[in-house]
Design a protein around this ligand. Structure first.
Ligand code: BTN
Length: 258
């Protein structure tokens, strides 16, 4: 995997690749090199993380050498209020690349989870620094269960998680998949920079795992229950409440509500 840069052609993403056998978290390392001035497109990748991080303070656990664990440093010209859209960009890019490489078409559970059927196969943790009117850097951290076996999943996750190999029955070449994700991410990112996010959001909507399902969104005032009704033009989740009232969520923890 350390030789991935050779496969990246003219693209900027992945040209600078920092490979680690073991690291605390690729996001933590990427933030530190971002603060030290590393250029856009630098990728930090690891075979194993000792403190892999997920959204909302959760952990990301993956056996060594079986998944893809990497973080991409971006320096977009965006106000802080739009940086969250890059999570949707990364989820869409990763889902499309997985489909091209494996034939399996993941859905996206807003805003950042990749699902195959009703099981999670990957997740994205986006972290941002900068001023309100201009982002300094964005770290897009992507974790995917690629060749993980059922018995290697943490026991607590075996009912809710899967891997690409568990779904296809075949091992997946992680270098090919990484190269495909980086190329797809760069293409979506450049397009968003020139034309805005509309096209990526359309592609996201075509994979919307939550659409028309009954959901519960955790908020400071407690759970809000309603019907997921798509994603608006700013990437917010739309939830229809009783009496057809529509509410928008720009962030939050969403679960299916039985
Ligand atoms: C989530 O599902 O909540 C997001 C998981 C993101 C995990 C990836 S693994 C690579 C990168 N480094 C981290 O510490 N986290 C992200």
């Amino acid at each position: 995997m350390a030789h991935i840069a050779d496969r990246m052609g003219d693209s900027a993403f992945g040209r600078l690749l920092r490979y680690h056998d073991e690291i605390e978290s690729t996001n933590i390392e990427a933030k530190s090199i971002a603060d030290a001035g590393a250029p856009e497109g630098t990728v930090v990748i690891a075979e194993c993380q000792t403190a892999g991080r997920g959204r909302l303070g959760r952990r990301w656990v993956s056996p060594a050498g079986k998944g893809l664990l990497f973080s991409v440093l971006l320096r977009p010209s965006l106000p802080m209020g739009e940086a969250h859209l890059l999570t949707l960009v990364a989820a869409t890019a990763a889902a499309q690349a997985i489909e091209t490489q494996t034939g399996v078409s993941p859905d996206i559970k807003w805003p950042n989870d990749l699902f195959i059927g009703d099981k999670k196969v990957g997740g994205i943790l986006t972290e941002v620094a900068g001023e309100q009117d201009e982002v300094d850097w964005v770290i897009v951290g992507i974790g995917l269960n690629v060749n993980t076996e059922y018995s290697e999943l943490p026991v607590a996750l075996r009912r809710t998680a899967t891997s690409l190999k568990m779904v296809t029955g075949e091992p997946v070449d992680r270098s090919d998949l990484l190269a495909a994700i980086l190329l797809s991410l760069e293409a979506h990112y450049r397009q968003a920079a020139t034309d805005g996010f509309d096209e990526t959001l359309s592609a996201f909507r075509a994979r919307d795992y939550l659409l028309r399902r009954s959901v519960s969104v955790e908020t400071r005032e407690g759970p809000v229950v309603g019907k997921a009704s798509g994603i608006d033009e700013r990437g917010a989740l739309l939830v229809e409440l009783p009496h057809r009232q529509m509410r928008r969520f720009h962030s939050g923890d969403v679960s299916l509500h039985d």
